[in-house]
Write a protein that binds this ligand. Sequence first.
Ligand code: HEM
Length: 371
Amino acid sequence: MTDLPVAHLAVVPLPFEPSFEVIPEDEAETSKELAETLHSILETTFKDEGHANRSVHAKSHGLLRGRITVLDSLAPQLAQGAFAKPGTLPVVMRFSTNPGDILDDKVSTPRGLALKIVGVEGPRLPGSDGDLTQDFVMQNAKAFTAANPKAFLRTLKLLAKTTDKAPGMKKAFSALLRGVESTIEAMGGESGTLKSLGGHPQTHILGESFNTVVPFLYGPYFAKLSIVPVAESLTVLTDKHVDFEGNPDGLRKAVSDYFARQGGAWDVRIQLATDLDRMPIEDASVVWPEDLSPYVTVARIEVEPQTSWSEQSVREIDDGMAFSPWHGLQAHRPLGGVMRVRKPSYEMSSGFRAEHNGCPMHEPLPVPESR
Ligand code: HEM
């Protein structure tokens, strides 16, 4: 590979200590309510569609296979977990948008990217023993819309009520919200809740940068991870309006048109925490300041031209795989309330999909699979 960046580390990372995680007494109750609310979304959408989709991020727009190359000569603080040694491994990527029902893309919502690295080595997280994968599950934002699980539960209950309700109306509502959102942004603000309801700008999904938004262990330290497009063919798509021409699956078509002709490259960047007050673990709504600790590239993802959405990839990746921050290495244990409550919810949602679609989840193996 040519033109790989060189990773310099200009900060002194803060070693993680167990006392940095503070678990509220009622977290188990909140976690149970979150899983129940997500389960109600699954029941509703399954009744309507006869197929079990994810309870959130149900609609996929691109299902890709590629490879990740970990840079050599990383600073020792950056050479941790899945990035501990240089080399190239296969990856699977799933681009999505966040509602739990499959909407017309005119209802423009925040975007997600799930990455699965296949063939990582090291002690595993509970529930993920025996697998060889490391997942990173991301959004196109730098902080979560809610500070903690309780605040997220309030938003989720509101979103659950809108599941399945008059998609035509949601479309008009979405156009209205986009107007309101751009007014708020023009005034220097940004509203996560409005975007979740359909106020996201109608831009090309392949121009987006994605972020884990919430932290995880990075060997003895803790960090957030981002994936940033670096191929010029992708960066020109950043903030680019896409005209769907009435196609309800306009985003998926835009991704298919792109990968029919060309490949893509993204850098994988790590932001190591240096200060617990400014880079908290339990408040997921805080953007960690990049002037205190900039993101540093540790790896590059490359994808060749390919069919980015097909019946086969839907079967193998959409229905046949689950992505979760809890699939992976102990060296990348998810941290903080939002991360802790995700474990049972993701297990419930993927379990529901496996049971109702009659298709167990498969964790891919390091050997290249037949396509
Ligand atoms: C309390 C917080 C959260 C809960 C309860 C939650 C719950 C879920 C559930 C149940 C799924 C479906 C899993 C499946 O069926 O396989 C899911 C998928 C997803 N979530 Fe979350 N989530 C939370 C926070 C987040 C955050 C912070 C992010 C982004 C950084 C995120 C991004 C995603 C994405 C991208 C997917 C789709 C994964 C895929 O492509 O398979 N979620 N979430």
